[in-house]
Design a protein around this ligand. Structure first.
Ligand code: 3PY
Ligand code: MG
Length: 355
């Protein structure tokens, strides 16, 4: 533990006539100790080198995270000194970024990393958008996120390199067409069970003649200024429409072949929570029944040339899904990741404090 040098310590050195305090490591100096050193003309030598003289600010001990130069935002990553090569360090100076269409990324062989966002505020998407994920998935299924808030969250993400997926609450025209209109790069549709569900999604998300989505002066088309592009997209009016369908019920498993066969869907996503619940083995993530089912879906989607994602509880879990051949993982949520980090940090701190 870093030594603390108090005024009493300094007075003791002074009483012994010591003019240079020699220590192996930089101590924490209290303000009173610094004053006492100044008054007594005592200097500090740390590890054989003269340290900052009394009365001048001591170099702050670098936080563990900035020493490693890894991830994370806030003061821990770069706020205490000069940028250290951390890509997050100058994030707010980053100008609005041009991104390739998400379709190009979804259909490439790139393995995608995302996380759910549950906090209904644009600051959260702006912040998480700079942490290195390929995309965030704003989760309007399980959180109080209306379209109005969603639009602001998409605007918050705009200046980051990260794509926006939105999980809509249910299959409905207002959610599907609405979220696409305000600029979601992709939609995640939960609880898809039948080919009739797929047909509804087609109708709500694709422009005619493939579906019956209406076009209008939405954010997606620069509030109207860009809507002319719809007439010049070489026949593909739907290039900005990316739908990821969740497979998370027994009924979907029963209809799996026909669901996977859907022509306008390039990627599917397994929800192990709901799937395990529907199979009567809720939360038993290593139960062979669940694991075999998930791997069966992986095999079938691969055979059909479709990409497949899955939810993971943490980064370790994500690693193991990639090793099993998954193309995309959504790693829990921003709040769960924060909870994990705080839990770990607290454990260390509390043991230091003897609690
Ligand atoms: C589930 O596990 O049910 C999910 O939907 C994960 O997002
Ligand atoms: Mg689910």
């Amino acid at each position: 533990m870093q030594k603390v040098l108090t005024r009493a310590d300094v007075l003791e050195y002074s009483r012994k006539g010591i003019k240079t305090i020699v220590l192996d490591e930089q101590p924490i100096l209290t303000d009173l100790a610094r004053d006492a050193m100044k008054q007594a003309g005592i200097s500090l030598s740390v590890g054989g080198r003269a340290a900052a003289p009394a009365g001048q600010p001591q170099p702050a001990a670098a936080p563990a995270q900035s020493q490693s130069g890894q991830g994370g935002g806030g003061y821990g990553a770069g706020g205490t000194g000069a940028p250290q090569g951390n890509p997050v360090a100058r994030k707010l100076a980053t100008p609005t970024i041009e991104k390739a269409p998400f379709r190009d990324i979804i259909c490439s062989d790139k393995r995608l990393v995302g996380t759910f966002i549950g906090t209904p505020h644009p600051v959260m998407t702006e912040f998480v958008g700079h942490l290195g994920f390929d995309f965030v998935c704003i989760d309007a299924e399980h959180n109080a996120i209306t379209l109005e808030t969603l639009q602001k969250m998409l605007q918050g993400l705009q200046g980051t390199p990260t794509y926006a997926m939105v999980r809509v609450p249910m299959i409905g025209y207002e959610y599907i067409s609405g979220a696409l209109d305000i600029g979601a790069d992709a939609l995640l549709i939960p609880q898809v069970r039948t080919v009739e569900d797929i047909e509804k999604i087609r109708q709500f998300s694709l422009y005619p003649p493939l579906g019956r989505r209406g076009c209008g002066p939405s954010r997606l088309w620069d509030y109207g200024d860009g809507i002319g592009q719809l007439g010049t997209q070489d026949g593909d009016l739907n290039y900005t429409t990316n739908i990821v369908v969740q497979i998370e019920t027994v009924q979907a498993l029963e209809n799996l072949d026909r669901i996977i066969d859907t022509d306008f869907i390039d990627m599917f996503f397994i929800g192990p929570g709901d799937l395990s619940m529907d199979m009567g083995i809720f939360g038993q993530f290593s139960n062979p029944k669940l694991v075999d089912t998930i791997m069966m879906i992986r095999e079938k989607t691969a055979k059909a040339g479709k990409r497949l994602g899955v939810f993971a509880g943490n980064f370790e879990g994500a690693k193991s899904w990639y090793e099993k051949g998954f193309d995309m993982v959504i790693i829990n949520s921003e709040l769960a990741i924060m909870s994990g980090a705080v839990g770990e940090g607290m454990k260390v701190l509390q043991s230091t404090l003897g609690r």
